[in-house]
Design a binder for this molecule. Structure first.
Ligand code: GLV
Length: 337
């Protein structure tokens, strides 16, 4: 009897001490790994600069209780089904269109993201891209480096003015508001289009609500800052590009699927809009054969919206804390479902 009791006690303490298993889909900075290792049993994809192949991910999350992943991983129904113990998916990003949230919810799996910590950094990049595109910075730098700069001339490498122009923001969330604040410093008139009106933002930032067609027609700069979902796939396509000013600049730092790239390419070639600045693409990484890359009136970046050292560390910490809060039952994790 005494022996039996001792065995039961041992089994209970084993269960209590058994750490939850977390799979991390990309090599993370040491400090974050140490934080997670103190709480969990960790398995981590070894590479920093290469995404984990899907079949490797599937085989390594078989026994995982939690998954720490990046936007480079497609966590669809099939991947979710391959991890029967999974209770949480912590995405190190604010956007989570790489995850089938509906499938996760059906299985009772919590999905978390990293809102807030990347707002200002992404707004900085959006504005930097807007300025680089308007004033042809990349083209001008290449012009100089390739030895083409032989003289100053009146219309050489002329761009379009930013100050005093009209900025249209589609998607007035945290990042949209942060971009609107920056625009005020450039005396821009700011229009916004959003699912719902934002009276506080209108009051605080002096931004004006515009209908979808109106914002397309009136903007000198059109910034896409809305989350991606099936409903907004190719929101900007042939018809919408045709409604824009011939002098307009399109900036996309949200998700590539919002813009029909084929339509954009044709519009840039035909001069239906003046230029575009893209940080995101329908397929990432973009194929080197994509004709967009051959156009002079486009600035392209490799999805670096939140890429400051501090912000990427903050995102990594928040994604780790989401796992810790979830398993400790604090209720403080940033849930999306
Ligand atoms: C990056 O694109 C993010 O969603 O955080």
């Amino acid at each position: 009897m005494e022996n039996e009791k001792a065995n039961i006690k041992k089994d209970f303490s084993k269960v209590r001490c058994m750490k939850k298993k977390i799979f991390i889909s990309r090599k993370l900075p040491k400090i974050i790994v140490e934080q997670l290792s103190a709480e969990f049993e960790i398995d981590m994809w070894e590479k920093e600069d290469a995404a984990i192949p899907r079949d490797v991910l599937v085989s390594r999350i078989k026994n995982a209780d939690g998954l720490y992943c990046m936007i480079t991983e497609t966590i669809d129904r099939e991947v979710i089904a391959s991890a029967p113990n999974l209770k949480i998916i912590s995405n190190m990003a604010v956007g989570y269109n790489n995850i089938d949230v509906e499938a996760a919810t059906e299985k009772g799996i919590t999905v978390t993201n990293t809102p807030g910590v990347l707002t200002e950094t992404t707004a900085d990049l959006t504005f930097a891209l807007l300025m680089a595109t308007a004033r042809r910075l990349v083209e001008s730098s290449e012009y100089l480096k390739s030895g083409k700069w032989e003289t100053w001339s009146p219309l050489q490498l002329t761009g379009v003015d930013i100050y005093g122009s009209t900025l249209g923001i589609i998607g007035m969330g945290r990042i949209g508001e942060a971009v609107a604040r920056r625009a005020r410093g450039f005396d821009m008139k700011v229009l916004y289009h959003n699912r719902s009106r934002k009276p506080e933002a209108e009051q605080a930032l002096g931004v004006q609500y515009a209908g979808f067609e109106e914002i397309l027609q009136k903007s000198d700069f059109l910034c896409l800052l809305l989350p991606y979902s099936r409903e907004v796939h190719h929101l900007i396509s042939y018809k919408e590009l045709n409604l824009m000013k011939k002098t307009a600049v399109l900036i996309n730092t949200a998700r590539g699927g919002i813009v029909n790239e084929e339509a954009l390419c044709k519009a840039l070639i035909a001069g239906n809009i003046w230029a575009a600045g893209l940080d995101v693409f329908e397929q990432e990484p973009i194929s080197q054969a994509n004709p967009l890359l051959t156009l002079p009136n486009i600035v392209t970046l490799p999805h670096i919206g939140s890429a400051s050292i501090q912000t990427r560390m903050n995102m990594a910490k928040l994604a780790a804390n989401n796992l810790i809060h979830f398993f400790n039952g604090t209720g403080m994790e940033k849930r999306v479902n």
